[in-house]
Every structure is written in structure tokens, then in C-alpha cells.
Design a protein around this ligand. Structure first.
Ligand code: ZN
Ligand code: ZN
Length: 205
């Protein structure tokens, strides 16, 4: 059963193309398989004192993890990178400082492509708290109107494309063209994968 966000992205990317729809509908299964593979990677070892950089920069056997991921995925470098990031997230996220806004993911060091508006209940009211959601799974507080690439700030810095109100928005930085998706509510890794695909292909006008 597809969730509304997944159905929307698949409609946008595939239209009536049944082959394309089938491939993307299988994505949920694929991300699950990749997570099982990631769990079989060697344990990452943290080395050195906590510094300013992401945890990935302190993992002493990162090269070994990467080599094993490439082997498991028969040479697919991009997917191997994803696998390593998932492993770092699974094993190290509790070591990451989650409270402080930062431009890069505190676990894997990548810039966010998705902002999630998390619902927070405050007495009678429901508010939204923007969080950066990394492809590795990590979330941390973020300014939803800040470009993680060129640091342009404020609503006026973005072209906003409302794809579906309350579900998905794509914002494009006017200065550098960096694209960021804004979603509401809970999302999982299949959602993240689909939204990343959409961002890769999104042109705006
Ligand atoms: Zn990350
Ligand atoms: Zn920018």
C-alpha cells in the first residue's frame, strides 16, 4: 500500500509508464534489503576527540567499511556510499550532537536535501519544527529558509514550488540553484529515496 507522498512522487516521475511505476514501487523492498546488507558491514570505530566535523571524519576504519560495501554491491560506488552512511547512522547516531543546528549532517557530513516539518503539540496548539533529514537517516534542527549550499537566508531567497499543499514543496535557492524538498509528518527511507529521485530530476521553470 503506497503512502500519499509515495504515490505523488511516483505519479510525477512515471506518469502512465508501468515499468517505471513498478520499479519505484519496489523501492520500499530495496531500501529494506540495503539496510540488512548495511548491518553486515564491519563495526565503525570512532577515533580521536570529538571535534567540529561529522562523526564520519573520525571513523578510523571508514576505508574498510567502504571496501566491503563496494564488494557486497558488486562495484556500485554510489550505492556503496549510501550503505556506509546507513551503517554509520545505525551504529553512531547516539554519539552525534543532535541539538545544535549545523549545515552538514553530524553523522555522515552531507548537506541536507530534505527538510521535515515535525509536528509538535504545545497544549491546545500544534506547531511545526523544521528538521533537516539526511539521506543516512539522521535528523537535526534546521532553519527551513537557509540554503545549506551558499547560506542565502530568508523566504525571498527561494523560488517555491508547491507540489501538493501539506505534502510536498520544492524550494530552489535563487542564488545558487540548490534544491531542497520540504515534507510534513513522518517519513521513512523509501520516502527519502523517492524524494531524492524527484529532486535529481526537478527542473522548476
Ligand atoms: Zn547523514
Ligand atoms: Zn544557495
Amino acid at each position: 500500500m503506497l503512502k500519499p507522498l509515495q504515490r505523488l512522487v511516483i505519479d510525477l516521475l512515471c506518469g502512465e509508464d508501468e515499468g517505471c511505476r513498478g520499479d519505484l514501487e519496489d523501492l520500499a523492498g530495496l531500501v529494506g534489503d540495503l539496510d540488512s546488507l548495511a548491518s553486515s558491514l564491519p563495526k565503525p570505530f570512532l577515533n580521536g576527540p570529538p571535534g567540529r566535523g561529522p562523526l564520519a571524519s573520525r571513523v578510523s576504519n571508514l576505508h574498510e567499511l567502504r571496501k566491503e560495501a563496494v564488494r557486497l554491491l558488486e562495484g556500485d560506488e554510489a550505492l556503496a556510499d549510501y550503505l556506509v552512511r546507513r551503517k554509520l547512522y545505525a551504529d553512531l547516531r547516539l554519539h552525534a550532537k543532535q541539538e545544535k543546528p549545523s549545515l552538514e549532517c553530524p553523522v555522515c557530513g552531507h548537506r541536507p536535501r530534505i527538510i521535515r516539518l515535525a509536528r509538535v503539540e504545545e497544549g491546545l496548539f500544534t506547531g511545526y519544527e523544521p528538521k533537516a533529514r539526511c539521506t543516512c537517516g539522521m535528523e537535526w534542527p534546521f532553519d527551513e529558509w537557509l540554503c545549506p549550499s551558499c547560506l542565502a537566508q530568508g523566504r525571498d531567497s527561494f523560488d517555491v514550488y508547491v507540489v501538493r499543499p501539506g505534502l510536498l514543496e520544492v524550494r530552489k535557492c535563487k542564488r545558487c540553484g540548490y534544491k531542497i524538498a520540504v515534507v510534513e509528518g513522518k517519513i521513512d527511507q523509501a520516502d527519502v529515496a523517492l524524494v531524492n529521485l524527484l529532486l535529481d530530476r526537478f527542473e522548476g521553470d
